[in-house]
Ligand binder design. Structure first.
Ligand code: FAD
Length: 341
């Protein structure tokens, strides 16, 4: 059988792309290496712009409303309440389940295997599991095998590599904002994901110890002291991944597989869903080459603002981030809004 679209990677962006393609009337197969409902290290904050993107696909995962972002450091706190609607704190497993159920309902085929070879032809792409597809969407995450196989991956920078580690705590949320605590060497994001669970997600240089980073932020450590863990600890990274281009013939890179800057702006999912929409639109139009321009447009704010914030967070400018945001709340708010929509 020849599918219209093969999606490699059944993470949230792959499933969103598969649903989008089915809604456009295309036949779709998702190839995912892991069976069952997949968990992954993530801050689990869907920015306001991601919620309608999911709703359009018919996906409404359960979660906690997110109404703003707070930056905190020492006794200082600055908060911006979203003007562009509510975001959603949602456990990865819950998001995966909602997307997988919708994909299944729409008749998306699923194969559980690790893709290791593809051959890009003039009219179709052959995938090593012995089927062909007219187009292939590479949604296989930060360390994309497909991007490497088609020669679009660039070596990741070695200097200043940053990683993320997440841990959930069984404790009632104390805020409806995503709180971002700036420690001396790490940022810890706090996202409520249900009435009884909050997730902490640490972003930092390689080998930073989660417990030490948490202990170095006494206000936050006191909040979760004594609470039971509600998940096992997971990590991911290095964040910074680069690609030469996003289109190679009938292969389109989508989500983290297309390149990633950092989780510091909590943006991966919103940007990935927007890319999925654009990729499918270009396929339906029979103009895959148009995706490159659409990708640049869709990701520009994320790339530029995230790079700037990572630069500030990893240089001597770091101690000035929260004081600057507090001194210029309108500037802080406008940056948050640009990223949240
Ligand atoms: C610590 C941390 C905090 C974050 N916080 C946030 C946040 O608060 N908000 C937000 O929006 N984003 C956040 N992000 C980013 C977000 O998690 C990612 O952008 C998102 O997971 C990207 O989804 P994806 O589907 O592109 O990739 P992934 O979720 O990585 O999915 C890729 C899938 O491809 C599969 N795969 C890989 N290789 C193959 C292969 N060869 N064959 C078959 N299958 C394969 C994998 O098993 C996986 O299931 C955070 C990330 C981290 C690490």
């Amino acid at each position: 059988m020849i599918y219209d679209v093969a999606v490699i990677g059944g993470g949230p962006v792959g499933l969103a792309a598969a649903i989008e393609a089915r809604l456009a009337g295309l036949s779709v197969v998702v190839v995912e290496q892991r069976a069952g409902i997949i968990d992954k290290a993530c801050g689990e904050g869907l920015m306001p712009g991601a919620v309608p993107l999911l709703a359009r696909l018919g996906v409404w995962p359960d979660g906690q409303p997110l109404r703003g972002i707070s930056y905190l450091q020492g006794g200082r706190c600055v908060t911006h309440r979203f003007e562009s609607g509510e975001g959603l704190g949602v456990r990865r497993t819950v998001l995966q389940q909602a997307l997988a159920a919708r994909a299944e309902e729409l008749g998306v085929a699923r194969i559980t295997t690790k893709v290791e070879k593809i051959r890009v032809g003039e009219h179709a792409v052959s995938v090593d599991t012995n089927f062909d597809a007219r187009y292939l969407l590479a949604c296989d995450g930060l360390h994309s095998t497909v991007a490497r196989l088609v020669g679009l991956a660039r070596p990741a920078p070695q200097r200043g590599r940053r990683y993320g580690v997440r841990q959930h705590y069984a404790i009632a949320p104390w805020s409806d904002n995503v709180e971002v605590y700036y420690g001396t060497t790490s940022e810890i994001y706090v996202t409520p994901v249900s009435d009884t669970v909050v997730g902490l997600s640490m972003l930092a240089r390689q080998h930073t110890d989660f417990d030490e980073a948490l202990a170095a932020i006494p206000d936050l450590a006191a909040r979760v002291a004594g609470a039971e863990y509600a998940s096992s600890r997971r990590g991911a990274g290095p964040f910074r991944q680069r690609t030469r281009a996003r289109v190679h013939g009938r292969v389109l890179l989508v989500g983290d597989a297309s390149g990633y800057v950092d989780a510091i702006t909590g943006e991966g999912l919103r940007v990935g869903f927007a890319q999925a929409t654009e990729a499918v639109r270009c396929i339906v139009a029979g103009r895959p080459q148009d995706y490159e321009k659409a990708w640049k447009r869709t990701t520009r704010d994320f790339r530029v603002l995230t790079r700037r914030l990572v630069f500030a967070a990893t240089t001597p400018l770091r101690p000035g981030i929260v004081p600057l945001a507090a001194a210029a709340p309108q500037l802080f708010g406008s940056v948050v809004e640009r990223l949240a929509r």
